[in-house]
Design a protein around this ligand. Structure first.
Ligand SMILES: [Mg+2]
Length: 235
């Protein structure tokens, strides 16, 4: 029987990629005299991916990658004023309450009656806690875990800490790479909740994990029914 349901946060509970894409569009504007949008998109993704090892995920890492990309693509000619405008954009993002995705509060309210709910998210601790508070969703959750990465070891460690047996755990999120495949690989239930905007980095999956079965739903309001169905099958 499933007793614990964990959710990814960004682009599962609230919109996120839309704000990052807007920041990227602002960077394209700033760098317009040096290169085109396609070059900015590719260079920024390369820089972000390279910087994960040094800075991890989240808003501060993204900001540093924006600045590094600007320096690189302008061959060092970017002005202090333009760097300032990039910093202002990042600060604006940290001051904006995220838009909660449609049907999320109603779905959490239904599930919270019968299950313990967790959030497991990557990103910057301060920024993710701020988003949780401003989302108005925090009271639904027993625990809020901000982690550096989401692989099998991360999930095993969290299950151990909360003393959750594998067969009582289900994880739902929009990233096949981070929310679904590693959870399915350790033998727990995983649900892909589709979102039309998903960061390119999250689309690169570990091909060794793709053979593990998982569930997929188009919208989060379908989750209570799916969990009921899974629990019927497990009886
Ligand atoms: Mg996500």
């Amino acid at each position: 029987m499933i007793r614990w349901i964990a959710f990814d946060a960004d682009d599962t509970l609230w919109e996120n990629e839309i704000y990052y894409q807007s920041a990227q569009a602002a960077l394209v504007d700033v760098l317009g005299k040096y290169c085109n949008g396609v070059m900015v998109a590719q260079a920024l993704l390369d820089t972000e991916t390279r910087n994960i090892a040094s800075f991890g995920y989240g808003i501060k890492s993204f900001g540093l990658s924006m600045i590094e990309t600007a320096i690189q693509l302008s061959n060092g000619r970017i002005s202090a004023g333009d760097i300032q405008s990039i910093l202002e954009k990042i600060k604006e993002m940290t001051g904006t309450a995220p838009q909660v995705i449609s049907a999320v509060p109603e779905t959490l309210s239904i599930l919270a009656k019968n299950y313990q709910l967790l959030v497991i998210t990557k990103g910057d601790l301060l920024d993710q806690e701020r988003k949780l508070q401003s989302s108005g969703l925090s009271s639904f959750f027993t625990g809020f875990e901000v982690v550096n990465g989401k692989d099998e070891t991360t999930y095993r460690r969290i299950l151990e800490r909360y003393q959750i047996p594998l067969d009582q755990f289900l994880m739902a999120g929009n990233s096949l790479r981070s929310d679904v495949l590693p959870v399915a690989a350790i033998g727990a239930k995983a649900v892909l909740v589709q979102h039309e905007l998903t960061w390119e980095h999250e689309k690169i999956v570990n091909l060794n994990l793709v053979n593990h079965p998982y569930y997929e739903i188009a919208t989060i309001d379908l989750l209570p029914q799916l969990v009921d169905q899974i629990n019927q099958e497990l009886k």
